[in-house]
Design a protein around this ligand. Structure first.
Ligand SMILES: Cc1cc2nc3c(=O)[nH]c(=O)nc-3n(C[C@H](O)[C@H](O)[C@H](O)COP(=O)(O)O)c2cc1C
Length: 383
């Protein structure tokens, strides 16, 4: 099972776990995998706190940090400062009215203002400003590189050149997500070391090519650079398939959302446990870019006939951020309308997530099944 990526990144099993939750990151790294902390919504100060905690918790085991720098942001010149107030002025009145009437329809209390003064909203707006721009992400990476991280990763495009330069100067490899071959080729041209071939099944931002088709295409296109397979991998049989497609390891996300350590919203966690693999869709309704998430009254409304259609990133998140905070809080308090609306990013493998287990157990069961299936196949070949 040891592949080159295990030596390159210093872990026992070629399983990487993306999570916004530091407990999941630490638990996976401690159990022999490689946790990657999603830092996009954090400010540099918050990231510093999270990484100090992880350093203590992992006991020298390797982990990484992921940012998300879109190549294009509507309303902003490349490299421009993130000006939330100026961007908010670009949100059409029709979209504000649609959102207000949706909240009203589902019984979410109207509130004055747009979330100014609400601590959680301020924090996520600061995080958005810090994380979504190249400049902000480079600052996050500068903070991350003062910790013993073993990988820097980026989604939604080739990482900014300064980010790659800073990581390489510290001898830290850089990974980037690719949803099609052209993305992977751009990453190679930008000197990215590891390509994450992420298929359509995946939770979060995805393209429209399935993992089964994408992985061998990218493996061949970027050889000899290592490729990690992502999208639809939650168990050992899927891991074995990914390795057979030429990947050196797997990059997973959804499977950790229902672990004991995950701070997934409790109502959402319950919905995930009940969901089938038909219960997700790609929708622009949260971030403005197509992202796979659980179907709910929220996605139905935004993608339905009465909707003005989601705005592009970053206008849609600026528009809906405060509303989503209010929905999450009301759902946690059991408000029926909010429970219908609440959702989150998750991939098609949600259909196989039916129990809450510790992250260590999820990883070890994945490895055991992988070993069994590979052994059974080798046995079949010998006979
Ligand atoms: C809740 C959630 C949030 C995500 N956010 C990010 C992100 O900020 N940056 C990133 O590189 N990938 C993000 N992803 C994608 C994951 O890194 C990973 O590629 C994907 O989850 C793999 O597919 P799977 O969900 O089928 O395991 C996210 C995925 C999920 C489920």
């Amino acid at each position: 099972m040891r592949t080159g990526i295990c030596d390159q990144l210093g872990m026992e099993y070629p399983v990487l776990a993306f999570s916004h939750c530091r407990d999941v990151v630490a638990a996976v790294s401690r159990a022999g995998g490689f946790g990657v902390l999603g830092a996009t919504i954090l400010t540099p100060e918050q990231l510093e706190i999270e990484l100090c905690w992880i350093d203590e918790a992992v006991g020298g085991r390797p982990y990484g940090v992921d940012v998300l720098v879109p190549e294009k942001l509507t309303g902003m010149e490349k490299g421009a400062r993130f000006d939330g107030a100026a961007l908010a002025e670009m949100i059409p009145e029709e979209h504000r009215r649609f959102l207000d009437s949706l909240l009203q329809e589902y019984g979410i209390e109207p509130t004055a203002g747009d979330g100014d003064g609400d601590e959680a909203v301020t924090a996520s707006r600061e995080g958005m400003a810090a994380g979504l721009t190249g400049e902000g992400a480079v600052r996050l990476i500068e903070v991350a590189l003062t910790h013993p991280i073993r990988l820097v990763a980026n989604a939604l495009g080739a990482p900014p050149a300064e980010m790659i330069k800073a990581a390489h100067a510290a001898d830290v490899p850089v990974a980037a997500l690719a949803g099609k071959r052209a993305h992977a080729e751009r990453h190679v041209a930008a000197d990215v070391d590891i390509i994450v071939a992420q298929g359509y099944e995946a939770g979060g931002h995805t393209g429209d090519i399935a993992t089964m088709v994408l992985v061998p295409e990218i493996v061949d296109a970027v050889a000899p650079r290592p490729v990690l397979a992502a999208g639809g991998i939650a168990r050992g049989r899927q891991m074995a398939a990914a390795m057979a497609l030429g990947a050196q390891g797997v990059w997973t996300g959804s499977v950790w959302l229902t672990t004991q350590e995950a701070e997934t919203h409790p109502v959402v966690k319950e919905k995930f446990l009940r969901a089938t693999s038909s219960d997700t869709l790609r929708s622009r309704s949260i971030t403005g870019k197509p992202a796979r998430q659980l179907k709910s009254a929220w996605t139905e409304a935004w993608d339905g006939p009465g909707s003005p259609g989601p705005l592009p990133m970053p206008l849609q998140p600026l528009l809906v951020d405060y509303a989503l905070h209010r929905i999450n809080r009301a759902a946690a308090a059991g408000a029926p309308g909010a429970v219908q609306l609440v959702n989150y990013f998750v991939g098609q493998v949600v259909g196989s997530l039916d129990a809450v287990r510790p992250a260590r157990q999820v990883l070890h069961e994945m490895i055991e099944e992988y070993v069994d299936v590979v052994a059974a196949q080798a046995d079949g070949l010998r006979r």
